[in-house]
Design a protein around this ligand. Structure first.
Ligand SMILES: Nc1nc2c(ncn2[C@H]2C[C@H](O)[C@@H](COP(=O)(O)OP(=O)(O)OP(=O)(O)O)O2)c(=O)[nH]1
Length: 197
């Protein structure tokens, strides 16, 4: 059994589908404040995802002695390193999609396992996303249909849903896009005897 330090329904669904035994506890981290402080320290998108994943796992690990606690986080960066957060509202989602249109961006999907307050495993997977040129009309119809579902997703897309229509190419793991680097995690859980090898 592991403890998932997350409120993410997508992360829960990934672990459930892979038949990883887990329970989910909310990390209770003020992510915006933590993100601001870490960015002020100069962390790039990859390091930020790693640090936030560790922070969430550490926070929950204090409450569950002896447990393997998994924290995750995802950040999005443009080719010049500019980081894009989740959309604040629908108008912001339109702005983000116009920014991503016709360009490559990267998703950094981090997972950290902490036990008794000590990080014992970590993995950050980068996925290279090529967005096709999106017309304003397409963006409007896409958000009319999808905003309520994709508002929780960094990048304003659910890759397993209509989000697939945004891309001409994806280089990396779909699991990592949906919320966590699942295959490296399963490798570790087999080594630890949580899963059958
Ligand atoms: N179903 C689905 N979810 C996605 C996709 N892309 C991103 N997400 C979700 C996974 C995460 O829940 C969320 C990324 O935001 P965060 O990494 O900050 O996690 P979140 O705040 O949702 O939960 P947590 O911090 O783990 O409690 O977006 C996708 O393509 N499909």
């Amino acid at each position: 059994m592991i403890v998932l330090a997350s409120q993410s329904s997508s992360r829960r669904a990934l672990l459930q589908a892979a038949q990883v035994p887990f329970e989910a506890l909310s990390p209770g981290v003020d992510e915006e404040a933590a993100k601001e402080a870490l960015r002020a320290d100069g962390l790039d998108a990859r390091a930020l995802a790693d640090a936030l994943a560790e922070l969430k796992a550490l926070r929950v690990s204090r409450r569950v002695a002896g447990a393997l606690v998994l924290g995750c986080d995802q950040t999005l960066s443009l080719s010049d390193g500019t980081m894009i957060d989740k959309a604040e509202d629908r108008a912001d989602a339109e702005r983000i999609l116009k920014l991503l249109s016709g360009k490559v961006h990267h998703l950094h999907s981090a997972a950290v396992i902490v036990m008794n307050g000590e990080p014992i495993w970590r993995h950050v997977e980068r996925v290279r996303m090529t967005v096709r040129p999106l017309s304003d009309a397409f963006i409007t119809s896409y958000l009319d249909n999808e905003w309520d579902q994709c508002r929780w997703c960094v990048g304003c897309y659910r890759i397993e849903g209509p989000g697939a229509q945004l891309f001409s190419r994806i280089e990396g793991s779909q699991f990592a896009i949906q919320g966590l680097p699942l295959l490296p995690l399963l490798d570790f859980l087999r080594i630890r005897g949580v899963l059958p090898s």
